[in-house]
Write a protein that binds this ligand. Sequence first.
Ligand SMILES: [Zn+2]
Length: 216
Amino acid sequence: MSIEHHPTDAMLSAFASGTLDHGQHVAIATHLVACPQCRAFMHAMEHAGGAMLTGLPPSPMADNAIELIRAQLDEPEAPSSATRIPPVSTADVPGLPKFVRSYRFGNWKWVAPSLHLRPIVLPHDSDTRVFLLKAGPGTKLLQHTHTGVEMTCILSGAFSHDSGYYGPGDFDLGDESIDHEPVVEKGVQCICLVAMQGELRLNGLLGRFMQPFVRL
Ligand SMILES: [Zn+2]
């Protein structure tokens, strides 16, 4: 199945220049591992950057710029030996990139019926929390908005909302202006990697009831 939903060019540029915070960096890298189209865009930027650099006086800092970007695709920010611990099993998460599997994971936590969350402990500080979200087949996720940007990478399964159908490899972006009410496809559970800035705001009566209890 082809990938229909991608990060914006601005996000890919920010990734390449290293200006995203660590959690968002992980989300974009997760998409890049799955998406040949965005990898091609990154390579085109590398060439454009290389052409620009040839017009500048030699600079020792520019020598390995392209290699650094390429390395980010495979291993965004490898944990230092001091923070590296044996990874917990992520065998139950198809589609999770290898570099994410090397991170520390919390246990799956119940959030709501048919909805579980598993925190990912990033090796570097980040204002963005990263976690796996697992929703059962046919689950209608709680309608919600955010106080910041939310990046979602679909690892397996699929869901739909107002902006279309999202399957494995697709990238979904939410912000303060978007009211999500995704519905998971029937027949298979959906697992996503989510990088979420700010607070999640659950709407509706159930959401208001749950808000004090949901600490995402
Ligand atoms: Zn893409």
